[in-house]
Design a protein around this ligand. Structure first.
Ligand SMILES: *Cc1c(COP(=O)(O)O)cnc(C)c1O
Length: 223
């Protein structure tokens, strides 16, 4: 029961309002089943094919979080499964999720991914585009989307100060957007998704409401 113990140990360090998403990417269904048996329900995947396969063989009350870069042509497959899409990182993806959610007549719950890392490689909108973007969204530009907050990934570095600085910046952006835009049908900000195995405690101290933890629960994924 190593997985269940890891979840219990991490949960005990999280304030009650912080959601722990167990990132089960590259992990076998049996490992997810072990966490499920211990009562855990929120799991994160970053590949569409894996999400689809795993959701078929696991209980229907699992809340699946799509956390990885999403190709527009895979949106159709993800919408019926995902409880929340964290990784909405570009306009074409917003448009496609909106179009597919409209077809299903079911609003899609999403987070907007913001590029906060000091690295070229991470996806996301730039912080300085967010005011205009959320303003338009909150006014109903994407009528089939429900934006419930922001997501960000800090720089992969040992430098705690750098990581802390990035998380604080994302939190202040989030607070600013909440002040600028009253909640509407399309903008219902409750989630700030930040923090992974190496930095979730820092993220929580900086205002995270949702941590995405993989290797600290399941061990390192198989290559
Ligand atoms: C893999 C992944 C995580 C979890 O990473 P760990 O370091 O294993 O906790 C969190 N968020 C995203 C977007 C990921 O791809």
């Amino acid at each position: 029961m190593r997985i269940a113990q890891n979840i219990a140990a991490i949960s005990s360090k999280l304030p009650g309002h912080v959601q722990l998403v167990a990132v089960s990417k590259h992990q076998p269904v049996l490992s997810i089943a072990e966490a499920y048996a211990a009562g855990h329900r929120h799991f994160g995947e970053n590949r569409v094919q894996e999400l689809v396969e795993k959701s078929k063989s696991l209980p229907a009350d699992i809340k699946w979080h799509m956390i990885g870069h999403l190709q527009t042509n895979k949106v159709k497959l993800v919408l019926p499964i995902a409880y929340l899409i964290h990784s909405v990182d570009r306009l074409s993806l917003l448009d496609e999720i909106n179009a597919q959610a409209a077809k299903r007549q079911k609003p899609a719950r999403v987070l907007l991914q913001v590029h906060i890392a000091n690295e070229e490689t991470k996806f996301g909108f730039e912080a300085n585009e967010m005011s205009a973007l959320v303003g338009a969204a909150a006014a109903g530009k994407w009528p089939a989307l429900m934006i419930v907050g922001l997501m960000g990934m800090a720089t992969n570095t040992e430098d705690r100060f750098q990581v802390e600085k990035e998380f604080k910046e994302l939190n202040s952006l989030y607070q600013q957007l909440k002040i600028e835009n009253a909640p509407s049908e399309w903008w219902q900000p409750t989630e700030l998704s930040m923090g992974m195995s190496s930095d979730y405690e820092t993220a929580v101290a900086c205002g995270s409401t949702c941590v995405r933890v993989g290797s600290a629960i399941f061990g390192s994924p198989l290559p």
